[in-house]
Design a protein around this ligand. Structure first.
Ligand code: ATP
Ligand code: MG
Length: 177
């Protein structure tokens, strides 16, 4: 599949406290792959096998790579491994965006990685501003930095009106992971 199929690639931000950011980005990837676009999702701060990792094995042109441990990151004192994995993930993101190989690059939870200091705001701004025009770049995660929101083309905030965790329904395989 020839890359560069998008005439105009934009920057989308999916943020907010409500449920649906990662799954919405997966939907974007699915739609793009279905139209012959090459999609890469890089998941920051995640290391467990989510359903989407299994599913995309069956979807041509859709890859997911993870850069995190299967542990919560301590915001005040991230482990050296958390920092190193985020660094490697961000390097991969820069390579992928610049490679010409992908039409859509999704940086899942990158907004949180910036909020936790695992990815620098300036380096993310540089990536956004230097992005080739044909690449669709999607940035997910709570607390998207105002500067990132400013440079993005589309910013969507998921609003937490209610969530079933509050009524004691725990995370379910196939729904939450
Ligand atoms: P999803 O992966 O379901 O699209 P998300 O990407 O919007 O959710 P995150 O902020 O990345 O959500 O949070 C990760 C986990 O927390 C997911 O299991 C998600 O279902 C859950 N979650 C999301 N929003 C809320 C909320 N408002 N209250 C409690 N848990 C939530
Ligand atoms: Mg998410």
């Amino acid at each position: 599949m020839a890359p560069g199929r998008l005439r105009i690639g934009t920057v989308q931000v999916l943020t907010g406290n409500g449920k649906g950011k990662t799954t919405s980005a997966l939907g974007c990837g699915l739609r793009a792959a279905g139209r012959g676009l090459n999609v890469l999702m890089l998941q920051f701060m995640k290391g467990r096998v989510y359903g989407e990792l299994e599913a995309v094995k069956h979807v041509p042109r859709f890859e997911i790579l993870q850069f995190g441990r299967d542990e919560f990151v301590d915001k005040d004192n991230p482990a050296a491994e958390d920092k190193e994995l985020a660094r490697i993930g961000f390097k991969k993101a820069c390579e992928a965006v610049g490679s010409g190989q992908y039409d859509m690059v999704i940086l899942d939870e990158v907004n949180i990685a910036v909020d936790y200091g695992l990815v620098g705001l300036e380096e993310l701004l540089d990536l956004v501003e230097g992005k080739p025009s044909h690449v669709e770049l999607i940035l997910t995660g709570r607390y998207a930095h105002p500067e990132i929101q400013r440079v993005a083309d589309t910013v969507t905030e998921m609003l937490d009106i209610k969530h079933h965790f509050a009524s004691g329904i725990e995370a379910r395989e196939g729904i939450e992971y």
